[in-house]
Design a protein around this ligand. Structure first.
Ligand code: 3PY
Ligand code: MG
Length: 246
């Protein structure tokens, strides 16, 4: 399986509801990657395999935002067929290194070998063990992480970062003010560090507008998640009801 080219502009989205139909609809709509949110969403471990099954037929790359930076959360996501993991709340180079080690087989890491969905239940064991290159994305969403960004991006095996704007704004004491100058300055600092290390800069634009997407691209972000299933559903429903009023 080829590694994603995260340095070219790629537009993905987010699934907070575990049902694979949501992922299938978004994959079919044309997003080039999707992340299943096991941190804040309804999805659990048992939804990961079906999420991957739903999106692969559409050439859409399945990623998992794991519930935490743990060996088992990362192992389960990859064993069930994800191309990579987005790891929340990374604050230090040591935490980033821990995530990379969880995602890689020995000697680089500590991932366990087994027959599992990712290697076609063992029938492609050798090819998968030798060729699979996990995508590992560190979520940068706290002030402490921004302050250590160069060290985090220097960790070998971290492919890039992904900004969580809500946690980021919260960590600066202005929760929800994602467009605030302080948050935008933090985003710029992170994008610059990625550029210097030749790593991908990503960002979740939870409520996408033309201006927000344009700004992110201008700032150097290439790996963008736009919206999420729950947002599209709620927003579409509200817009439809509003239309009736006018
Ligand atoms: C955040 O905004 O903190 C997120 O994690 C979005 O996915
Ligand atoms: Mg977050």
């Amino acid at each position: 399986m080829n590694k994603m080219d995260l340095k070219k502009l790629s537009i993905g989205s987010w699934c907070q509801i575990g049902h694979p139909a949501n992922a299938e609809i978004l994959a079919k709509a044309g997003f080039s990657w999707l992340a299943l949110d096991c941190e804040h969403g309804e999805a659990g471990d048992s939804d990961i395999g079906n999420f991957c099954r739903a999106v692969r037929p559409f050439d859409c790359i399945p990623l998992i935002r794991v519930k935490e930076n743990s060996v088992m959360a990362i192992r389960r996501a990859l064993d069930l067929g994800a191309a990579g993991v987005i790891v929340p709340l990374i604050e230090t180079p040591a935490e980033a290194e821990q995530a990379v080690r969880a995602a890689h087989y020995p000697p680089r890491g500590v991932r366990g070998f087994a027959w599992q969905r990712a290697n076609n239940w063992g029938s492609e064991f050798d090819a998968y063990a030798n060729e699979f290159k996990p995508v590992v994305i560190a979520m940068i969403e706290r002030k402490a992480a921004v302050e250590r960004i160069d060290g985090i991006m220097a960790v070998e095996g971290v492919d890039g970062c992904f900004i969580g704007p809500y946690d980021m704004s919260g960590s600066y004491g202005i929760p929800g003010q994602t467009g605030h100058r302080i948050v935008q300055d933090a985003c710029l600092k992170v994008a610059e560090s990625c550029r210097n290390r030749n790593k991908a800069a990503g960002q979740h634009i939870v409520t996408p507008t033309h201006e927000a997407v344009e700004l992110a691209i201008r700032q150097g972000f290439t790996f963008l998640a736009l919206g999420m299933d729950s947002y599209f559903l709620g927003n579409g429903a509200r817009q439809t009801l509003e239309m009736l009023k006018s």
